[in-house]
Ligand binder design. Structure first.
Ligand code: SAM
Length: 420
């Protein structure tokens, strides 16, 4: 291949720097930043595109910096840590616009703004570590199953960082027993002194497991696999209410940014004059309770039974009116619905794969307003495209930097039924 000097135009969804080669093909280099010229040493050619396996930066971008963590240079998940924070936000704005234009085929988009995280470092309230067959804990190197051992993590909140240090030191003392587990999720709710450690066991058992778990229990609330009682942590919502979240239920990674998203949802619902909501993929009620506190009524659907049980604790604790929580599948619920029971707003916050299966049902039931939260701009763009084809207009779009130092973000899109 002749063309080994690439000029990087932008960061694309997935986090790579993208260049356009002279022969018209697109090319991707993970770690290269917009504005940079790079010399590619090793290229993997695919039909219609190329990927750099290794490269040197000939002209660095002004925004390039030495990342504040050595693991970032070795390929942990922090794939934008080597760019100044303001530049990261710009790249993410482009990622969202690109997805909407290329995947969603939107033209004339409303302005896109990505809200900064109050903290660029020290923001994560939970991390998932892999544990290998030798009993070492760490992150996987990007795109591989190679383990990068971790002791500290600068994007973790200070109390979680301490928990990671403690956990990995106990693991080193009990490596043989730790090898009986494949993964752990460590969490610390803000203001909670006791972190949780949810361990996923491998099929084989290992010697010394009791001693390992006992040592862990001196510092952590330990949950193993599908233990019947996973315990509940309390996460501070606005108005001094506390969201109860079981260790095995979903909780947002960056709590400060989560509170901004909750606020944006309530403000957007008020602006659009909605009074009754239906929420899909509701989790423990992170959005539900804010909508109820704002005077709306509604129903929330969630598959995780533990999450729904915890939601009842939150409701009672916060003295909020009854919300109807339904344990079940969002699609089943919509399929079984003859109408929306008066709901003029549907809120959805699906997993990364998006909400493609439920979109046809939404188009059948036709809520006036749809508020769609997404952690994947590509699946969001695909689903918004379908909603637009069914008569909805994209009224507003806003990004939230839930995951600084990585290419990931959360997006809230407001779709409104266009007048017939
Ligand atoms: C991204 S989380 C969002 C949860 C919540 N909105 C929050 O902010 O904490 C997605 C949630 O959808 C739930 N879920 C996944 N598939 C589902 C389905 N088919 N129907 C209902 N809930 C589902 C998961 O258990 C998880 O709680």
């Amino acid at each position: 291949m002749k063309d080994r000097i690439w000029s990087i135009d932008k960061i694309v969804p997935g986090g790579a720097g993208m260049a356009r080669l002279e022969d018209g093909r697109v090319a991707f280099a993970h770690g290269a930043l917009p504005g940079e010229r790079i010399q590619v040493d090793d290229v993997q050619a695919h039909k219609g595109y190329a990927v750099a396996r290794s490269f040197q930066v000939l002209t660095p971008a002004r925004e390039r910096r030495v990342p504040p963590c050595v693991l970032a240079e070795r390929g942990c998940g922090c794939d934008l840590m080597h760019a100044e924070y303001a530049a990261q936000l710009e790249y993410k704005t482009t990622i969202v616009r690109d997805a909407l234009e290329r995947v969603g085929k939107f033209e004339g988009l409303p302005p896109i703004r990505v809200e900064a995280s109050p903290n660029e470092l020290g923001y994560r309230s939970r991390v998932r570590l892999h544990i290998d067959e030798q009993g070492r804990a760490g992150y996987h190197q990007r795109g591989t199953r190679r383990l990068l051992e971790v002791n500290r993590c600068p994007v973790a909140r200070p109390e979680l960082d301490r928990a990671i240090e403690r956990f990995t030191s106990i693991v080193r003392e009990h490596a043989g027993a730790a090898a009986g587990f494949s993964e752990v999720e460590l969490r610390v709710a803000p203001g909670d002194a006791r972190p949780s450690a949810w361990l996923v066991p491998r099929e084989r058992t290992t010697r010394g497991r009791d001693a390992f778990e006992r040592d862990l229990a001196s510092a952590f609330r330990v949950v193993v696999g599908r233990d019947p009682d996973s315990g509940v942590q309390r996460w501070p919502l606005a108005d001094e209410a506390m969201l109860h979240v079981p260790t095995r239920a979903f909780v947002q990674v960056n709590w400060d940014v989560n509170l901004l998203m909750v606020e944006a949802l309530v403000a957007g619902a008020r602006e659009r004059g909605v009074s009754v909501f239906l929420e899909l993929y509701a989790g423990t009620g992170n959005f539900t309770f804010a909508l109820l506190a704002a005077g709306l009524r509604g129903t929330a659907i969630e598959t995780n039974t533990e999450a729904v049980r915890a939601a009842e604790l939150t409701r009672v604790d916060a003295g909020l009116p009854e919300a109807k929580f339904v344990i079940g599948d969002s699609l089943d619920h919509l399929r079984g619905a003859v109408d929306l029971g008066g709901a003029d707003l549907v809120v959805l916050d699906p997993p990364r794969t998006g909400a493609a299966p439920v979109v046809p049902e939404l188009l059948r039931l036709r809520p006036r307003v749809v508020a769609y939260f997404s952690c994947d701009p590509a699946t969001l763009a695909r689903d918004l495209r379908s909603l637009r084809a069914g008569g909805y207009a994209l009224e507003a779009i806003r990004g939230f930097d839930m995951f600084p130092c990585t290419h990931h973000l959360e997006v809230l899109a407001w779709m409104v039924l266009a007048p017939a």
